[in-house]
Design a protein around this ligand. Structure first.
Ligand code: IFM
Length: 473
């Protein structure tokens, strides 16, 4: 760790019998380009939708932007050294499309590619398996200007960019994720507008979701053509959705939200079809005329693995009669009247309910769709951290990881082929519309000095990796 004076974190593993993960389990941590890199206008990088959005007044808390972020672009060596000290087996990062291909199509920026080559080489030199995500929400601005994800052509541009990356890095990157959390790109970006590009149209959100998945399918094919040995997958963010009560109306509300949050993506990607009830629910929003013959076959192009991001559970209830739906732009097109119910259980600093059993449930559900290997590609929590005498004793975050790793192990015991787990996040970073006000990192970042301080959770996670497991309760 970078802070040699710090005493070891409470080592709960010394006090309890072990719970061991399968041999070769891939222990990792994840980040995303716009959240950590900074160097937003350096070496030929051009703006993405997140640059434009964060520089638009009122979009991000306190006017924060990713201009500097964690300055990872200039601190790559230091950051990989921290990963090595943690003992990470793998590091999941994303590529800034507009760093590599500034206009989103056409000319490639050699300096942009060079940054990712250096990162990958440094990881490999430290024995850390690079895991590359092609798209983590930062569409090049010119492509948004041409229509963004609601426009079909964006899918083709994504496939071209994928070929650029496969040609450049396919010889040294084995694991590839096409999209990270397409639900967020589509429904937060084009539905509620709380994420870039900040558009608020339900039909556009649905079209965006479809074209993201089409882009994914085309990208899988491009990767297979360029690098037949690559391990290719997609990452979806999933939630168990429970009805607040057993009434038919609450159960129907849960079915609707589950359709939009989970089955909108799982069914096309893994079964090659949209769920009929979802299409019916969305009939007031769109007639799905953007779906063309052959799209669903492309979208369901066979994969090597599926990535699951898990944070929390939704509990929902039917609309209250006589109370009109909130007219605010919504990320639940056609189901704006469904109520989200809080159960009063502990929450993280995001206000998200902590629900570790939901991870077991989610992994078992995805396994019900596919025999493919699964990876938890993100799981973690924001809490308010304080630095005391140079230490950050983030016991809440540590407990969150511990509980969710137990839940992951339970899924393995139940027969789920779970092959790895990536903590979100390696370090504190730009939490999108929340700017730097929410901290998810195992490593604390002082944004003024850029000093990194591993928190107790980092030291604990290092011990989990060393032992390939954790203590039983
Ligand atoms: O920070 C995000 C990440 O970019 C995508 N998944 C959820 C995280 C926490 O909100």
């Amino acid at each position: 760790m970078s802070n040699p004076a710090s005493p070891p974190a409470v080592d709960v593993l010394d006090e309890r019998p072990g719970l061991t993960f399968p041999p070769g389990f891939l222990w990792g941590a994840a980040t995303a380009a716009y959240q950590i890199e900074g160097a937003a206008a350096e070496d030929g990088r051009a703006p993405s939708i997140w640059d434009t959005f964060s520089h638009t007044e009122g979009r991000v808390v306190a006017g924060h932007t990713g201009d500097v972020a964690c300055d990872h672009y200039h601190r790559l060596g230091e950051d990989v050294a921290l990963m090595a000290e943690l003992g990470l087996k793998s590091y999941r990062f994303s590529v800034s499309w507009s760093r590599v291909q500034p206009a989103g199509s056409g000319a490639v920026n050699p300096q942009g590619l060079d940054f990712y080559r250096r990162l990958v080489d440094e990881l490999l030199a430290n024995g850390i398996e690079p895991w590359l995500t092609l798209y983590h929400w930062d569409l090049p601005q010119p492509l948004e200007d041409a229509g963004g994800w609601p426009a079909r052509d964006t899918a083709a541009r994504f496939a071209d960019y994928t070929t650029v990356m496969a040609d450049a890095l396919g010889d040294r990157v084995r694991y590839w994720t096409t999209l990270n959390e397409p639900w967020c790109s589509a429904f937060l970006g084009y539905g509620s507008g709380v994420h870039a590009p900040g558009r608020t149209n339900g039909a556009d959100a649905v079209r965006a979701g479809h074209h993201l998945m089409l882009g994914h399918g085309l990208a899988v094919q491009a990767l297979r053509a360029a690098r037949p040995t690559a391990e290719v997958g997609v990452t979806v963010n999933l939630y168990p959705v429970d009805p607040a009560s057993d009434t038919p109306a609450d159960r129907d509300a849960a079915r609707r939200i589950d359709g939009l949050a989970n089955r909108f993506f799982l069914d096309p990607l893994l079964r090659g079809s949209y769920p009929e009830d979802l299409v019916a629910d969305l009939s007031t929003v769109t007639d799905f005329d953007h779906v063309r013959d052959g799209d669903l076959a492309t979208i369901s192009t066979p994969l090597d693995l599926v990535g699951v991001n898990y944070y929390s559970r939704h509990v929902v209830a039917a609309p209250v009669e006589g109370v009109p739906a909130d007219p605010a732009p919504s990320c639940w097109p056609g189901s704006e009247d469904v109520r989200f119910v809080s159960r009063g259980v502990p929450v993280t600093d995001m206000g998200w309910e902590i629900d570790a059993p939901g991870l077991t449930e989610t992994l078992r559900r995805v396994h019900g769709y596919t025999e493919l290997p699964l990876y938890v590609t993100e799981n973690g929590s924001a809490f308010v951290d304080s630095v005391v005498d140079g230490q950050v004793d983030d016991v809440d975050r540590l407990a969150y990881f511990d509980a969710h790793l137990r839940a992951a192990h339970e899924a393995i015991d139940a027969g789920v082929p779970l092959r790895g787990y990536f903590a979100w996040s390696l370090m504190d970073n730009f939490e999108w519309a929340w700017g730097y006000t929410k901290r998810f990192g195992m490593i604390h970042v002082d944004y003024d000095s850029q000093v990194r301080t591993p928190k107790s959770s980092a030291k604990w996670y290092a011990s989990v990796i060393r032992r390939n497991g954790l203590a039983a309760q």
